[in-house]
Write a protein that binds this ligand. Structure first.
Ligand SMILES: [Zn+2]
Length: 449
């Protein structure tokens, strides 16, 4: 492939990011076969899993064959950990002394899973993140502030290394509190940052209330990379963040057990590119499990990290739900797009009064209405035999006179976007729970007990 100088500066990897779809598919199958054999030979866990299914690596020859390979679920990873070698268990494919990185999942859905990476894997993490950051316009001149509590969670660790790899200057905003982070960001004129949407909005609030700093005017942040929550792909939440900071906000998706697999580019096309050079993402029908290749149908994301070697991620059942877009992006990347980002998790997308609802749809409505604060809470419960949804919102100061009009607009939009009626509870500003990093705003009490 011939690549002009101009193209070479648009993409982190101009060859892989513009590879025609059929070549990408062939590359994925080739890499999949390699990682499958690697795990079969070295990991007791994987060999047992495949043998029980009557499968040998040689049985996989085409893209469709991949669906024959058993999926791995998070609960299985927890069982593995009770086995040798300590503390990772028998899915490990390298000797313990080759492990250089320990991380663990947040444990929000149960016991945390430990994840081992070798130095080669860590460089792979940084490469995956470098693709993301470069696509979002990070360059050598950027001074990147990372307001993240550097600890056992992988979160923005690899983003840090990738920004360095790109030649950016990186400021680790580790144990500083929010006010100190904002002041440091201001002093150093940082041009970019990475954080969860909840924290991006919370920081803007703190800047205004505690420091009298208006992020959009007084700070120099021009781009923000989000992770950890779907907010940066929810249009109204994205708009609130962009307005508060006077910056472009880009989404990215990843997970400890998987890697950083999807990203929004400068074009903000209304979805996320899947990095198909490093990952194989397959969507499976939520009920039949059938492979979905066309647009317009939601499916569960089953994902393979094609080059992650120490503790492989092969056909991991992410429980995330997405759908393929029916368009390719104007940026020229050939990587497919999941429309509107990750829609939600199979655990969260729930039937209420017989209607399927993703919590992200409720967030989109609440934050699209002027006069309402950023915080909200949804409580689903049973009243007798019937489902009941209460939506708690905060009215912004000075909006009391518009209360009726705002509530009518909210009910109308909720009905339109989610097909449901809600009990609305109006709270004063700052009275609903605040979250530092990841929020828990959707509570389904029907599931308790
Ligand atoms: Zn693009």
């Amino acid at each position: 492939m011939k690549i002009s100088n101009k193209e070479a500066t648009r993409y982190w990897n101009p060859v892989l990011e513009r590879l025609p779809q059929e070549k990408l598919r062939a590359l994925q199958v080739k890499k999949f076969k390699k990682i499958l054999s690697w795990a079969f030979e070295r990991s007791k866990f994987h060999r047992r899993l495949y043998q029980e299914a009557g499968l040998e690596p040689g049985d996989i020859k085409t893209y469709k064959d991949v669906a024959k390979v058993p999926k791995v679920e998070k609960s299985m990873m927890r069982d593995i950990q009770r086995k040798e070698p300590f503390p990772y268990g028998d899915a490990l494919c390298v000797p313990l002394e080759e492990v250089t990185e320990f991380h663990q999942t947040s444990g929000t859905t149960g016991v945390p899973v430990y994840q081992a990476d070798s130095w080669q894997d860590w460089e792979w993490w940084a490469e995956a993140w470098a693709t993301i950051l470069y696509a979002q316009g990070y360059r050598r001149k950027d001074r990147v502030f990372i307001p993240f509590g550097y600890n056992i969670f992988v979160a923005f660790w690899a983003g840090h290394y990738a920004a360095e790899k790109l030649g950016c200057e990186v400021i680790p905003g580790g144990v500083l509190d929010t006010e100190a982070r904002i002041l440091k960001m201001k002093e150093l004129k940082a041009s970019a940052m990475m954080a969860t949407p909840t924290y991006v909005l919370g920081m803007a609030d703190t800047a205004r209330k505690k420091l009298g700093i208006e992020p959009a005017g007084d700070l120099n942040i021009k781009k923000i990379t989000c992770a950890g929550e779907p907010g940066a792909s929810i249009p109204s939440t994205k708009r609130r963040m962009e307005e508060a900071w006077g910056a472009k906000v880009y989404d990215h998706v990843g997970a400890t057990e998987i890697g950083a697999w999807g990203f929004e580019c400068l074009e903000q096309p209304g979805g996320l590119h899947v990095n198909e050079a490093l990952f194989m993402v397959q969507l499976e029908d939520l009920t039949t499990g059938e492979l979905i290749e066309d647009s317009g149908r939601r499916g569960k994301i089953v994902i393979t990290a094609l080059d992650r070697m120490a503790q492989p991620c092969i056909r991991f059942d992410s429980k995330d739900v997405a759908e393929w877009a029916d368009f390719f992006c104007g940026c020229g990347r050939t990587f497919r797009i999941i429309k509107g980002g990750v829609i939600g998790r199979t655990d969260d997308i729930t039937k209420i009064k017989g209607v399927l609802v993703a919590p992200s749809a409720i967030e989109e409505v609440v934050r699209s209405i002027n006069g309402l604060g950023n915080e909200y809470e949804v409580v689903v419960s049973k009243k007798g035999d019937l489902d009941d949804i209460t939506l708690k919102i905060e009215l912004l100061p000075g909006q009391e006179g518009n209360r009726q009009q705002i509530l009518r607009q909210l009910q109308d939009q909720l009905r339109l976007k989610t097909n449901l009626g809600y009990h609305i509870e109006v709270h004063t500003i700052n009275s609903l729970p605040r979250y530092d990093v990841k929020a828990k705003r959707f509570k389904d009490l029907r599931k308790v007990g």
